[in-house]
Design a protein around this ligand. Structure first.
Ligand code: GDP
Ligand code: IMO
Ligand code: MG
Length: 426
């Protein structure tokens, strides 16, 4: 068996979807382990572009099993819309399995997400307003609804009645409109009927696959810097997108995790609020944003843009056990005269190499940079490392030196074909 965890090593949107789809050509199983439709994973092949939200990025390969694991929070309505969208585009031959222990996202979660953001005003997180935080909060508060209960109409009736009772009290206290039991129940039992055929104990499925020697790819959503525990709290998502979270979120033994592939843009982006030391507010940021189409897949918000931050990358490496790197959107850096990579921060006159725990400190760090010469040549059709301009090679080698991790994949365009494999993975 062989397992690889695809982990976002920055603030999300690093290109995890592209890499998962690329490696899914040779995998046996692809597993989405956490998050929900706050994710937007873009995939391009044969002149077709797809933006997946909750469905795993292995869905285009009919040979492989796609698993939505217990760590996810699944919006049934959105999931079915996504599935119908795929089917309408001819993706009809797929294998999909949904964990009976995953939680569901209901309309009151979305309403509460929006309301909390509004209450927070200036201090808002900048969430995707997809109800992710409130759904995970209900899970922790033991008033969530799991897929296994959802697809049994009798059990769903009971748990929805109990939960909605509490949620409506909460909504009332907050001065927000309440939800009708009958409306949710009638609408969502129809969704449950359609989801039921995909539901199973995915922990059993995964162990059986791993035991028989399958190649299993775990597709992370978000990124380590958005981790609930290790990210820039509270400007984070409500799950853990780290390599360490995969066994828990999938119901497998930690010893099954072998390799962790850290997905990293050649620069940095962030959507939503929170500290971002290498952020740029100049023409270069605009150039990168336009060239890299840096607008959110889910919310269309312009992404904040900055230089590559190897302190954050090293932090993600340490927290997640990243032992291979995939450098993405490398083509976007073509045409920039001087490039910078942050190798350390300065805080109160001290050089530091890690992420401070408090935003009070993190928002005060000053990035220290290595400056490198850029390149002008088009690299979007290059197929080997040797063909890259010398300065482009130098940029990549600098990342390897600063992290001590080899680059296994290099992405020089959004298409599946624009991928250079430098190290063996599967
Ligand atoms: P994910 O959430 O990590 O899957 O990443 P997103 O799909 O949200 O964002 C990555 C964006 O970069 C998408 O629009 C991809 O199509 C695009 N992309 C991925 N790799 C490359 C690349 O090497 N070059 C360019 N120009 N775009 C890329
Ligand atoms: P993928 O998988 C980038 C960000 C939001 C916000 C914070 C909390 O496509 O990389 P949430 O809705 O999760 O409560 O929002 O996290 N965020 C993402 N940013 N990519 C994502 O997913 C994200 N998922 C959540 O913008 O700052
Ligand atoms: Mg994304």
């Amino acid at each position: 068996m062989k397992s690889i965890v695809v982990v976002g090593s920055q603030w999300g949107d690093e290109g995890k979807g592209k890499v998962t789809d690329y490696l899914a050509q040779v995998a046996d199983v692809v597993v989405r382990s956490q998050g929900g439709n706050n994710a937007g994973h873009t995939i391009l092949f044969d002149n077709q572009k797809f933006a997946l939200r909750s469905i795993p990025s292995g869905i285009f390969n009919p040979q492989i099993k796609n698993v939505m694991a217990n760590g996810m929070v699944i919006n049934p309505k959105q999931m079915l819309e996504e599935l119908d969208g795929l089917i309408a585009r001819g993706i009809t031959n797929f294998q999909l399995f949904v964990s009976n222990r995953a939680h569901i996202v209901l309309p009151y979660h979305e309403a509460l997400d929006g309301a909390f953001e509004q209450f927070k005003g200036d201090k808002k997180i900048g969430t995707t307003k997809r109800g992710i935080g409130p759904a995970y909060a209900d899970k922790a508060n033991r008033i969530g609804i799991r897929i296994g209960d959802f697809v049994n109409p009798h059990v769903f009736k009971e748990v929805l009645a109990e939960t909605l009772n509490i949620k409506n009290m909460e909504l009332k206290m907050l001065g927000l409109p309440q939800f009708s039991f009958a409306e949710i129940y009638n609408e969502y039992t129809e969704y449950a009927k359609r989801i039921a055929p995909y539901v199973c104990d995915t922990s059993l499925l995964l162990e059986a696959e791993l035991k028989k020697g399958s190649k299993v790819l775990f597709e992370g959503a978000q990124g380590v810097m958005l981790c609930l525990d290790h990210g820039t709290y509270p400007y984070v998502t409500s799950s853990s997108p780290t390599g360490a979270s995969v066994p828990l979120n999938c119901g497998i033994a930690p010893s099954y995790i072998q390799d962790v592939l850290g997905i990293c843009k050649a620069y940095t982006t962030r959507v939503g609020e929170g500290p971002f030391p290498t952020e740029l507010h100049n023409d270069l940021a605009d150039y990168i944003r336009e060239k890299g189409h840096e607008y959110g897949t889910v919310t269309q918000r312009p992404r904040r843009v900055g230089y590559l931050d190897c302190v954050a990358l090293n932090y993600a490496r340490r927290i997640s056990g990243i032992n291979h790197l995939a450098i993405m959107l490398f083509d976007v850096l073509t045409g920039i005269e001087k490039l910078k990579i942050c190798y350390a921060y300065e805080l109160d006159g001290q050089v530091i190499n890690t992420i401070p725990a408090t935003n009070y400190d993190y928002s005060r760090v000053k990035p220290l940079y290595i400056e490198l010469d850029g390149w002008q040549e088009d690299i979007t059709k290059v197929t080997t490392f040797a063909e890259l301009p010398a300065n482009a090679q130098k940029y990549l080698r600098t990342i390897e030196e600063l992290t001590g991790v080899k680059i296994a994949l290099l992405s020089i365009g959004p298409d599946r074909k624009q991928t250079i494999q430098l190290e063996e993975l599967f």
